[in-house]
Design a protein around this ligand. Structure first.
Ligand SMILES: *Cc1c(COP(=O)(O)O)cnc(C)c1O
Length: 430
């Protein structure tokens, strides 16, 4: 597989290089040179397979022979060891539940596949994974790498801006997992990661790798569950499918659009955001004007500079699609809460991110269409806000209950680069 840097297409790398590097020069994103396509017959055959077998074929179509087929198949099997069920919510709308993995959020799919691929290509070389999280990536990455030889993980997150349970889930692991609470917001954490990757000395000393949604391996992994969703819905509804994606950094939506480019029948995608609405405003007005990030109930979507957006633009350009066909909508906290109550009244307990996606989908779905919204996290992961909104107690799933009473092992730092750099250099392999 060959990929090029979106900021400088003369920089071309293999899949392994792209996974190891994360970002290219000038912090450019890597994008696949070839966009494979399946025929309608091939798609129909794929849809008959089980999740793991189908995912092995989809990933092999991108990655090619760079990883031997058998080894890739084993990696996919290790990564995708949990289901992604479609649950009916009403006659014309269902939820694709992506939160049945070890950290109860969709980021388990990408995080675990990336960990498997890095383990595959790193060999004996010790590497450091540096990533910023708005909540769920951190947990997924931490759990995916926990205890792996030759890999240490450093995760930055905005202090006080992720849910206490989210924090417990990944900041209590220890061992090869280091967590750092930064006194600022997610964009500042993301900026620190970018700064670290621009620091050649640091990058070299630590063999730095990224692990947030910019890593191409995560995106490719996420393509697979869109196929899994379509495989589960009745054949007669497949041609009228509209998928609503609760978006922050826009990795999830990028993966969905890549699934469509492979030939998966999806009539329309909806980019649903909270009031951090840089993309909806861009689509409406044609100007890219990020505002200050605003804290919301759907905190994993509190991103005002979504870093996957250039990939979406590139894909639309390459495919000759019109950006005006990308549906979108913005949901504030008040409507998020009333939507959570509306869903609960229908017998479906959701959390703020899924509720944002459902709201825009319900409001925009046309007669005869069939809608799917992505359930990106388990409601119990957002226990406080779900309980406060619905006025009912939520039992904690076992994974969270076990961690809730453990001590936090995080380090605390200001948003400046110097302190972080020192912290990292102390952890460089000798
Ligand atoms: C990360 C996350 C999102 C946003 O996904 P992107 O790929 O960053 O757009 C939505 N919901 C939850 C629960 C998340 O953790």
């Amino acid at each position: 597989m060959k990929l090029y840097n979106l900021k400088d297409s003369s920089e071309q790398v293999s899949f392994s290089q792209a996974v190891k590097q994360g970002l290219g020069k000038q912090q450019g994103l890597f994008f696949p040179q070839d966009l494979p396509e399946f025929s309608r017959d091939e798609i129909n055959e794929l849809l008959k397979l089980d999740f793991v077998s189908r995912s092995q074929r989809i990933l092999a179509a991108f990655i090619g022979d760079e990883i031997p087929a058998e080894q890739l198949a084993a990696r996919v099997k290790n990564a995708f060891a949990f289901p992604a069920p479609v649950t009916n919510v009403e006659d014309d709308i269902a939820s694709l539940e992506l939160y049945h993995g070890p950290t109860l959020a969709f980021k388990d799919f990408g995080g675990r596949f990336m960990a498997q691929i890095l383990a595959q290509i790193a060999g004996e070389q010790p590497v450091t994974i540096l990533t910023a999280t708005s909540g769920d990536t951190g947990a997924a990455v931490a759990h995916a790498f926990y205890g792996l030889n030759n890999v240490q993980v450093v995760i930055l997150y905005p202090e006080g801006k992720i849910s206490p349970l989210q924090e417990k889930l990944f900041c209590t692991l220890g061992n090869n997992i280091h967590t750092v609470a930064i006194k600022s917001d997610f964009d500042a954490c993301q900026a620190l990661v970018k700064q670290a990757f621009d620091d050649e000395e640091l990058k070299h000393a630590l063999h730095l790798n990224s692990a947030n949604s910019i890593n191409i391996s995560r995106l490719l992994a996420q393509i697979c569950y869109y196929f899994e969703a379509v495989a589960q819905i009745p054949a007669e509804k497949r041609e009228q499918l509209v998928i609503s994606v609760p978006s922050g950094n826009f990795g999830n939506l990028t993966a969905g659009l890549l699934a469509k480019s492979l030939g998966l029948p999806v009539k329309r995608f909806i980019a649903a955001t909270n009031v951090n609405d840089t993309v909806p405003r861009y689509l409406a007005e044609g100007t890219w004007q990020p505002h200050q990030t605003i804290a919301t109930l759907s905190n994993a979507m509190d991103v005002s500079q979504p870093n996957n957006w250039p990939r979406i633009e590139e894909l639309f350009k390459r495919k000759g699609w019109a950006l005006s066909d990308l549906a979108n909508g913005v949901v504030d906290d008040k409507i998020t809460q009333s939507t959570m109550r509306e869903l609960a009244a229908k017998g479906y307990i959701s959390e703020p991110h899924a509720a944002v996606a459902y709201r825009v989908l319900r409001d925009q779905l046309q007669e005869g269409e069939y809608g799917l919204f992505l359930g990106t996290a388990h409601p119990a992961k957002f226990k406080e806000s779900v309980e406060a909104t619905l006025g009912q107690a939520l039992p904690l799933p076992q994974e969270l209950a076990e961690r809730a009473d453990m001590d936090l092992l995080s380090h605390f730092m200001p948003a400046g680069f110097a302190t972080l750099r020192e912290f990292l250099m102390e952890r460089a392999p000798k």
